[in-house]
Design a protein around this ligand. Structure first.
Ligand code: IFM
Length: 466
């Protein structure tokens, strides 16, 4: 056992205010359970490129990238993983990954979202999956990473229309049939709690409802038709944060509860309890759709695991004038401890479901120096916090760093990167080079001691999100 935390409390008010502490984290892979999965991830539109090749059509992610957020960049070429997947799998082997989390582009497999299957698309994912497996890397596949086909958006409004539930289920059926003999970890939708408010600003609750029904319908299909023979698992992914009150007032504590319910509970509560959180029902009234008896049965327990994306903590303040959740929140750097904060929340509020940390990572300006020590600080603190949570009984089963490569980001295009590998977008070959963090993760994965000192913030255990 080699997990050391040295706490030197530099500020007071331990109850609710973060206190600065010096933390020394030292751990090895052996400190985690032996079947704990360590990986890294990407998503289709963000790495594949070949956006107009071999029959692929546009997705809503392509369309979003044409707006101002990405600063004139798109994923048209991205990292060209579509052509360079073999090289990338070798880099994963170099790193020592157990698993690679990627997504399947719906509009590559079924251009236009419904109708004929594109065999070239199926062939690409078969090749990628086979390459991963023959190199000993587990494929973890997501069916929708924001990117449903633009054709379905144009035809009937995408997730605002219940028709998409059927089309999504048909797409999933194709994927299970074609790839399910080798893919044992399926995620239906990545960050539906981001998709609904970003793509459907005027009707997020309706879109969210169909996202949940689409997810549940796909899980039902998998369970009835494939799971017994393919022996895989399936879940939903959500974007989370460790929500903490700004002040220890009852107002801020209640506001924190509301924000957690509006952001996380919106999707997780129905999966665990078959309905939306009461707080949402009370404050949204008829704006929040309700589940029929049949839908409740379908949605309730429709997961084998929950995928959790967590990057930070968020400080919450009460704001009675704010429509809906009556609160504001803003990201706050509290060091890696937020990972444990989120996991403790799932344990306490949702009965400790099986969890994979699907995304955790650190954004830096992309530059060729390859010295990303700040990312090592961040990852070390996050993984130390993950270990603390696991030791405290969290049902967490795996951890995926975001992202394997520097890839297309909707905010800023290629200005920033989260990657272990720097990609030289000026080089014709899109050459990949490992950053310092890649060596650090690799050292850890290969079982050597990973030691790193840093200054992080820590909060008393009793303050984990109420
Ligand atoms: O790149 C994104 C990813 O697509 C979804 N989660 C957050 C990441 C970092 O911005």
């Amino acid at each position: 056992m080699s997990f050391v935390i040295v706490l030197i409390i530099l500020s007071t008010n331990l109850l609710l205010q973060p206190s600065t502490i010096v933390v020394s984290l030292e751990f090895t892979r052996d400190d985690f359970p032996s079947d704990f999965i360590f990986g890294s991830g990407t998503s289709a539109y963000q790495v594949e490129g070949a956006a107009s090749e071999d029959g692929r059509t546009s997705s809503v992610f392509d369309t979003l990238s044409l707006g101002s957020r990405s600063g004139g960049f798109t994923g048209e070429v991205a990292c060209d993983e579509y052509h360079k997947y073999k090289e990338d799998v070798q880099l994963m082997v170099d790193l020592g990954l157990d698993a690679y989390r990627f997504s399947i582009s719906w509009s590559r497999v079924i251009p236009n979202g419904r109708g004929p299957i594109n065999q070239k698309g199926v062939e690409y994912y078969n090749n990628l999956i086979n390459e991963l497996i023959s190199n000993g890397i587990q494929p973890h596949a997501t069916l929708v990473h924001w990117d449903h086909p633009q054709a379905l958006q144009d035809a009937y409004g995408g997730w605002t229309n219940q028709q998409i539930v059927r089309d999504f289920t048909t797409f999933a059926d194709v994927c299970f049939k074609e790839f399910g003999d080798r893919v044992l970890y399926w995620t239906t939708v990545n960050e539906p709690n981001f998709i609904a408010p970003i793509f459907y600003k005027s009707s997020p609750y309706i879109a969210a409802h169909h996202l949940l029904l689409g997810h549940a319908s796909v899980v039902n299909l998998y369970r009835e038709k494939y799971q017994a023979t393919q022996n895989g698992t399936i879940g939903l992914n959500v974007y989370t944060s460790w929500f903490i009150p700004e002040k220890s007032t009852q107002e801020d504590l209640d506001a924190t509860e509301r924000v957690a319910n509006f952001r996380i509970g919106w999707f997780v509560h129905p999966l665990i309890f078959g309905d939306y959180p009461d707080i949402m029902k009370q404050s949204l009234g008829r704006r929040l759709p309700s589940f029929t008896e049949y839908e409740t049965k379908l949605v309730n327990s429709s997961f084998d695991f929950i995928g959790v994306n967590c990057y930070t903590a968020s400080v919450v303040t009460d704001d009675p004038g704010k429509d809906g959740m009556a609160a504001n929140y803003i990201d706050k750097d509290v060091g890696g401890v937020f990972v444990q904060g989120v996991l403790e929340y799932f344990k306490r509020v949702y009965g400790n479901p099986p969890i994979y940390i699907h995304e955790n990572g650190f954004r830096t300006f992309r530059n060729a120096s390859l010295d990303d020590t700040s990312r090592i600080h961040y990852l070390n603190a996050s993984m130390g916090s993950l270990l603390a949570a696991a030791r405290n009984g969290s049902n967490v089963r795996g951890y995926f760093q975001w992202s394997f490569l520097d890839l297309f980001e909707i905010d800023g295009g290629y200005t920033y990167g989260f990657g272990f590998y720097y990609v030289d977008f000026n080089n014709h070959d899109l050459e990949r080079s490992p950053k310092r963090s890649a060596h650090w993760y690799s050292t850890f994965l290969k079982g050597q001691r990973s030691r790193h000192n840093g200054i992080i913030h820590q909060m008393d255990n009793s303050t984990f999100m109420s």
